[in-house]
Write a protein that binds this ligand. Structure first.
Ligand SMILES: [Zn+2]
Length: 827
């Protein structure tokens, strides 16, 4: 198969304009067949009449893409082409005239990896569900096309499906005969967001401000979607209203369906008019408000894409950040401004942003706006914390600098001049520069074109009365990336009695917080005195966002081995029980347990530190209101931090005994309990199979796969490993779950032999897999708890060998960098 290069895309876009697609998909046999029929009629013109005179045999030539099982009929301008001319995924097109028509009839294959047209059988009722994920160049898995983002064209879709199915797509559709669905022609769409959702989906309809709204999910999830529909519609309406205010431009794609679909790889996908979400967002068990907030943020994020990305599309993948950074920024902003989740930026500060900092400090770092994305394979690698979280943080800093009004005025101009077309970073900078009256070229060079992150460190001198005489913030940069940047930021002074005050001359407080308000993107450090005072000051600080910035900074210093993991764990044990902001509680606890305790701390120190963390979660649980999110969060913490001495207590909860009042031992919490019992050797195949009979849902199948891989037994590990490296029949999601369960910090001896096997066998696994599936499996299967110089040597030996697949190389470079931090932290 050929990967499209930027040069090829530029050449093709200079030659042709796509006038429209007529696509007919035959899904009638989907219940029993793994293949479907696809007929595409695409009309396209040559851009310059002069191109007809271009030299070369047979006149102007280009190619279309398609990945069929077999192509039956190919016609160009009425003349038959030999289907055997298909070279991999490329169909050569020669002898083109001023306007052309290509017809391709082919048999295509459904996927089980979430790429292209995914087919899923619900284990609960055996119903079959389909949805298309055509991002980034997977439209060609569904229909013949010119698969690049700047060849946008209207799409007219017809779908043949079983008569009792529901079919949704980008435009409004109706059934013209039983099982025959016709959709209205769309505005110009890029191929990567053409979608179709088909199956016996449960549908809830509503409308708002003249826009028809729909929610879809599998039938087996219907009661749970029904229970939450009011909240999802509330968020949807509030976000639509807010975007209409901010952008002064109506939602451009008619209907707005939100489909919750199975085994979805990302959080969601912004297909115009038909957004797809992972159906874990339909909650079948109790969740906390942090989870509800995340769902709201994702709804707002995808809706932002209707303008950023869908109405105005990046010309090429090097401007991926135009899509993702903006959607990420707007998603958090609009959620905080328009919904009940007013603390969304706090969650961003303590959790999401760390993803950006981590990615930006790895050897694989790249600029937010990289100039060198030369093909689609490289583009896939940039779906990381830099394009999302760092990009959003940088935009937040931009707004702090130019002001909100100039920012929004610039955006509106950008939408107006590029609507239904494509744009680049230069177009956006021009619009923002004009609106703000500032030349943003220098700003963009420092913030968007250069990688890595600065560190901001306070330096203070105090007088004899303890008052600040001088407060300075010293900025440094990594040696290899010596860029310093201008920052507009807040500085907070938090005294023992709380309350922020301001700046030089104020009475010396107990803690001086650089980047209070979290407006800039930088690593933050404390003075040594302030660091020592954290345990006393932190629990008394009233502002959750300030606490979030502090927790994130403490984790960052721990990751840099500048602060001992034991100190972070001590802070967590003392301050978490009184942490009232749920997102802060959850993220700080996650870092404490999943990183500081199980990877950074010497194994000998682990039982005592783990016991203290467990005790802290018990205290939080005791203080939590019955049935509250805080109670659920604390209970999950208690389970996760349980050691071998606590298995009786866990088994009792699972049996419904001694459960704290108000805590629901529902299906998800049952699996959480069972998983921990399996890891600790108290449960195994018998219990997993019994739980699987009790809960036959798709989620249960994943939990069971994860738990089976976690069984503390050599034969179970061997079976799980075989599935990870060699099984192509199970869906990528189930194999990913297996990989997730395989490594456990408590099972180091049992799995030691698999550490070298990972590095030996991942290249072959990757070669057999699609890029997304390979990335997911290789990431989960990485031996993250094998913190030793030996693992680093194995990893480096593989990386040095050369010829490694790009996706696998990135996974191993990144995971090994994380492992190197763990080795340093232990030293
Ligand atoms: Zn996005």
């Amino acid at each position: 198969m050929h990967t499209l290069t930027r040069d090829e895309a530029v050449t093709r876009a200079n030659l042709v304009r796509v006038d429209g697609y007529d696509i007919e998909l035959d899904l009638t046999a989907a219940r029993t067949s793994t293949e479907f029929g696809s007929t595409t009629r695409v009309r396209f013109s040559l851009r310059e009449p002069a191109a007809i005179l271009a030299p070369g045999e047979g006149g102007p030539a280009t190619f279309a893409e398609v990945k069929p099982v077999s192509a039956h009929l190919v016609r160009l301008n009425g003349r038959a082409l030999d289907p055997a001319a298909l070279d991999g995924n490329r169909l050569p097109l020669t002898g083109l005239g001023p306007s052309n028509e290509l017809t391709v009839t082919a048999t295509m294959r459904y996927s089980n990896t979430g790429e292209g047209l995914h087919r899923f059988t619900d284990p609960e009722d055996d119903e079959v569900y389909l949805y298309a994920q055509t991002f980034l160049d997977d439209a060609q898995r569904m229909f013949a096309c010119f698969d690049q983002p700047d060849l946008k064209a209207p799409v007219r879709l017809t779908v043949l499906a079983p008569p009792d199915w529901v079919v949704r797509a980008n435009g409004a559709g109706r059934q013209t005969a039983p099982g025959r669905w016709e959709f209205t022609e769309t505005p110009p769409l890029a191929t990567y967001f053409v979608t179709v959702v088909a199956g016996p989906y449960h549908v809830i309809e509503d409308s708002h401000d003249g826009i028809p709204l729909g929610l879809l999910c599998r039938r087996s999830l219907a009661p749970y979607l029904d229970a939450d529909a009011a909240e999802i519609f509330d968020v949807t309406r509030a976000c639509l209203d807010r975007y209409h205010e901010l952008f002064a431009d109506r939602y451009p794609f008619g209907t707005y369906d939100q489909a919750f679909v199975p085994e979805f790889n990302a959080g969601a996908m912004e297909n115009p008019g038909c957004v797809t979400f992972r159906d874990e967002f339909v909650y079948r068990s109790a969740v906390t408000d942090t989870e509800r907030e995340l769902r709201a943020v994702v709804i707002a994020h995808e809706m932002a894409h209707m303008w950023f990305g869908d109405l105005v599309t990046m010309r090429w993948w090097d401007d991926l950040w135009l899509n993702e950074s903006f959607a990420e920024y707007m998603g958090y902003r609009v959620t905080a401004e328009a919904t009940r989740f007013t603390q969304a930026w706090t969650s961003f500060a303590v959790g999401r942003k760390s993803w950006g900092y981590a990615a930006d400090q790895r050897p694989s770092t790249h600029p937010v706006a990289p100039p060198d994305v030369t093909d689609t394979a490289l583009a896939l690698l940039n779906f990381d914390g830099i394009s999302y979280a760092k990009g959003a943080s940088v935009l937040r800093q931009l707004v702090a600098w130019v002001g909100d009004e100039a920012f929004l005025t610039g955006l509106r101009a950008y939408f107006t001049s590029n609507a239904y077309g494509n744009a680049t970073l230069a177009d956006l900078l021009t619009a923002l520069s004009e609106a703000s009256g500032r030349d943003l070229a220098g700003w963009a060079e420092l913030w968007l074109r250069r990688e890595q992150v600065n560190t901001l460190r306070p330096q203070v001198t105090v007088d004899a009365h303890g008052r600040y005489q001088q407060v300075a913030v010293v900025q440094t940069a990594p040696q290899a990336y010596p860029t310093l940047r201008p920052h507009r930021l807040g500085i907070g002074i938090y005294g023992p009695a709380d309350g922020a005050g301001g700046g030089a001359g104020a009475e010396a407080g107990r803690l001086l917080l650089v980047n209070d308000g979290d407006l800039t993107y930088a690593k933050v450090r404390f003075t040594p005195d302030d660091l020592a005072a954290l345990p006393a000051v932190l629990p008394r600080m009233a502002d959750p966002l300030a606490r979030a910035v502090i927790w994130a900074a403490a984790a960052d210093a721990t990751r840099d081995a500048q602060w001992p993991a034991a100190d972070y764990l001590a802070l967590a044990a003392s301050a978490l029980p009184s942490e009232t902001q749920l997102a802060v509680f959850e993220d700080a606890l996650r870092f404490a347990r999943a990183t500081a305790l199980t990877r950074y701390l010497a194994p000998s120190a682990r039982p005592a530190a783990g016991a203290r963390l467990h005790a802290a979660c018990l205290r939080a649980l005791a203080d939590a209101g019955p049935g509250s999110g805080r109670q659920l969060s604390a209970a999950r913490g208690v389970i996760g931090c349980s050691g071998p001495g606590e298995v009786d207590g866990l088994a009792a909860w699972l049996a419904g005994q001694d459960v704290p009042a108000g805590l629901l031992i529902d299906p998800e919490l049952r699996w959480t309990l069972l998983h921990r019992l399996v890891v600790l050797g108290r449960a195994g195949e018998t219990e997993i199979a019994a739980e699987g009979r009790r809960d036959r849902s798709a989620r249960a199948a994943e939990h069971a796969a994860r738990a089976r891989a976690a069984i503390a037994d050599a034969a179970a590990k061997a079976r799980a490993w075989e599935m990870i490296v060699a099984d192509d029949s199970a869906s990528a999601r189930l194999i990913g779950a297996t990989a997730e369960g395989f490594w456990q910090p408590e099972q180091g001896d049992l799995t030691a032999a698999y550490v070298p096997r990972y590095f030996e066998q991942m290249p072959a696994m990757t070669a057999r897999r699609t890029p997304h599936a390979a990335r997911q499996i290789a990431t989960f299967a990485y031996p993250q708890y094998a913190v030793s110089a030996g693992t680093l040597r194995d990893a480096d030996a593989l990386l040095d060998r050369g010829g490694l697949d790009l996706v696998l190389r990135r996974v191993i470079v990144d995971a090994t960098d994380e492992l190197r931090r763990a080795v340093r932290a232990r030293a």
